[in-house]
Design a protein around this ligand. Sequence first.
Ligand SMILES: NC(=O)c1ccc[n+]([C@@H]2O[C@H](COP(=O)([O-])OP(=O)(O)OC[C@H]3O[C@@H](n4cnc5c(N)ncnc54)[C@H](OP(=O)(O)O)[C@@H]3O)[C@@H](O)[C@H]2O)c1
Length: 350
Amino acid sequence: MVVHHVTGAFVAILKSQRVQAVIAATGMSSGVGSIFAGALMVVIPALVALVAFGPAPRSRDTPKVILVTGASSGLGKLMLDELRRAFPASVVYGTSRSGWSAKGTRVTKGDSPLGVTEADGTQPLLALDVTDEDSVERCVDAIVARHGELSVLVNNAGAVLQTWAVDTKAADAEAQMATNFHGVVRMVRHCVPAMVGTVKRVVTIGSIGGRIGLPYNSMYSASKAATMAYTDALRMEVAANGVKVSLVEPGDLKPGMVNAAKAEGFDANVHAKGAFDIMRAEEAAGTDPAVVARTVARCVRSLHPRGRYLVGPDAWLVEVLTRLCTYPMREYFLASHYRIPPRHNAWIRV
Ligand SMILES: NC(=O)c1ccc[n+]([C@@H]2O[C@H](COP(=O)([O-])OP(=O)(O)OC[C@H]3O[C@@H](n4cnc5c(N)ncnc54)[C@H](OP(=O)(O)O)[C@@H]3O)[C@@H](O)[C@H]2O)c1
């Protein structure tokens, strides 16, 4: 049916008076001209799609040092493994607030065991809290003192709090922004000046939740939206210094964020609890985070990394819906999807 309509429209355009007039002006016969114009109508969109979505040329330079924040669990842990596999000649450090706990060994907050290598050849996690200026400064200074530079910063550390937009406690709101947004700003402030080699990259893990205000996740969405806007501005400001900045925006990832927290009394509200359960179920059936890890490695390897990388079918669905739908339509779909009054019994549900 769709193919039939598309073919009909295609033929109608070719037969239109304007196209035929252009063909006549070139001196070609109508038949040859129509075939030529038809070929152009296929080739030009195909070329545009190839440039937009096709394989990007790879950089020949190897990053010297890569730093991934929040690498003790979930996506960060996977990225550490993927980047170590993808860049065997690079030093890839991961961080955690409590320092490294590999093989049962712990160091106190603030100690950065650079240079300590485990029996399997990997580096343990460095102590770094993105909300703590001193901790970030100590960690980045130690890296620069040892390696002379930092090549790639992967901003991954993040937290999520389920809360009500109206009742969010000031401390909860500030904590979300402190980790998800100010943490990124702080890392950029300390790391970008240390990027002095041939590879200079900032890759930040955003979320499709930053493109829409997710109900009962207002602070999370706000922190990711702020990060998105900051990242877009940063990209333009540092381009002249050769620093390339990308934002990776995943949809739901399995198994969800392990540090997810709920505001006090959250479960007592039947609609909030219902929306939360839908979200958790969707994360459980979400995209494999390994796909995001591979996307980050591809981004770091690319000669011309994209500004934004959407990951997961739900992320693409949001992208399409936000472009095609009006605001009331988007809100209708979101509220009915999460069963939020007065849309909890809506007759259209996505
Ligand atoms: N999971 C999803 O469905 C999903 C979807 C879209 C985007 N994302 C984004 O992906 C990123 C990783 O999520 P995830 O699912 O892997 O979450 P996760 O399993 O909860 O891991 C979060 C990581 O962040 C670290 N962290 C938290 N607060 C920190 C702080 N103040 N300073 C330094 N590190 C801190 C934690 O390390 P320590 O506790 O050891 O310090 C942990 O390693 C986040 O930015 C998240 O917003 C996740």
